[in-house]
Design a protein around this ligand. Structure first.
Ligand SMILES: [Zn+2]
Length: 170
């Protein structure tokens, strides 16, 4: 069975970021905790899904996704200042350990969508958060293997996520 839309795909991979001569290993996903997703609904860049489309269990892959086809360039408007007062949420105090460079702070926007902002700067008055995807502006280099491919159930397609092993249990 080949990978195409609405198939549940299980893969292992290594992800490096950077340029040809200056790469950094970012993530290693191995057999003990493979990545599972529905092709076409993975939330991954289209360029990633296009590269693995047509592969089947046992096939190996190795390809790069340039930043522009990946998560795009960082958007300067996604870097937002908040008054430090906003973070005094525990009896008028800032919860211990909350405000540290690099921490991810969960927010909901007006539509109720959840998004994470990464703290990039803290001053006496403000906290500056970056809502760009952590991989925005990065060239990504994947190598890995397809472990299995199966049909998604009607329920999985309706929910937009995988059920059972490696997926959502509910
Ligand atoms: Zn579900």
């Amino acid at each position: 069975m080949k990978i195409e839309a609405n198939k549940v795909v299980k893969i292992i991979y290594e992800l490096e970021i950077g340029n040809e001569n200056d790469r950094e290993m970012l993530e290693i996903v191995e057999d003990d905790e493979p990545m599972v997703f529905i092709q076409g609904m993975s939330g991954l860049p289209e360029a990633f899904e296009a590269q693995i489309n047509g592969l089947q269990a046992g096939d190996e892959f190795k390809f790069s996704v340039e930043a522009a086809e990946g998560y795009g360039d960082p958007d300067p408007e996604a870097i937002i200042d908040f008054p430090i007062e906003n973070f005094k949420i525990e009896d008028g105090k800032i919860p211990e350990g909350m405000l540290e460079i690099g921490n991810m702070i969960p927010f909901s926007n007006e539509d109720g969508n959840k998004m994470n902002g990464r703290i990039i700067e803290i001053t006496e008055e403000t906290v500056i958060l970056d809502f760009n995807h952590p991989l925005a502006g990065q060239n990504m280099h994947f190598s890995g293997k397809v472990l299995s491919v199966r049909d998604a159930t009607k329920e999985e397609i309706a929910h937009g996520h995988v059920h059972g092993e490696g997926g959502v249990v509910h």
